[in-house]
Design a protein around this ligand. Sequence first.
Ligand SMILES: [Zn+2]
Length: 407
Amino acid sequence: MTVLRGATLIDGTGAAPVRDATLVVQDGRIESITIGAGGPAPASHAVIDATGLTVLPGLIDCHDHLAMHGYELASRWGLSEPGSTRSVRTARVIEQTLAAGYTTVRDAGGLDVGFRLAVEEGLIQGPRLLTAVAIISPVGGIGDRVSPSGHECVVPHDPALPESVANGVEDVRRVVRTMIRGGADVIKCATTGGASSRAGHGPKDPAFSRDEMQALVDEAHAQGRKVMCHALGGPGLRLALDVGVDSIEHGCYLDEDPELIPMMAEKGVVFTPTLLVYVYHSESKSPHVRERSRALREHHRASIQRALAAGVRVVAGTDAGGHGHPPNARELPLLVEAGLSPMQAIQAATGWAAEAVGLEREIGTLEKGKRADLIAVAGDPLADVGLLADGQRIRLVLKDGAVVVRR
Ligand SMILES: [Zn+2]
């Protein structure tokens, strides 16, 4: 049993904070939450004095690439260092991410299932991991390893990551099944290019036909997997919503077609804007990347504001990996700048994020019976949500009721 006493509690539901909360954790779950005097009086060794700290649910990043370590081609193609060094590097990132207060991460491509197994077995410490394994796209899409000039990558494929290029309805079904056989918890696909993709495959350029995408979504759903779809704008963005994906990743130009956000609200589709990556891309050395990310900025903001007004869940994802692995909570002040309240930004990384990844019955809010994934931070994140990105302020991290960090 572990007891936290004296904290200010932000429970992740959007409810106002309450002072002087006592949380009792037993067998990995929250057994009780009491406010003020009259809480349980357990043996003193089990009590953690959290006076002056704010307790929140463990944070969730809905879109990370833990096993990516740079956009530069040699790194993307696995040429810059031996695979073993790269795996150890990824393990280090996983450990640091947990230490930063992230108790759950959904990886959007590049992380093979072995890392999830290593965390589950206790070989390394890390967040609870959900992985898409690899990004499914057609030839020329963002999952295809081509150089800026259009050359195919001739490097042997990493056997831990199934081939993710699919063309035609039957092939799409085969690749979805291959991804699931390879341990995918979620299916990641792309129906448009992106800011960093090669010249000629930009944010509004489509990938996949309607038949292919319908087959992808049907197959994933038939096997109980959500579909997270990289889609920035143009016809590919609308197609993703038409065929029933579960979340729109990036969604920069949702504002351009007035029907899209109402469709998302009606179908319960989640929006993961990933603002942090575009801050990075807007300073890119590649002119086309810089131009694309600057052009989309105001549309992205407008899309977020309209989504919030329509009741669409806006959740926090960093798209980290290519742009290194900064503190994941740097996404939160960017969400506030874009129009979320500080409380909504916290929900975007806790309660709403848990819904986005399909774990809302287990994690995301601090309530009796839920898994005890929580953090205690020095300071008031509602006054400055950016302090969640300051590792030294994350004084305590519990995952599944176990104390994994105590500063
Ligand atoms: Zn991504």
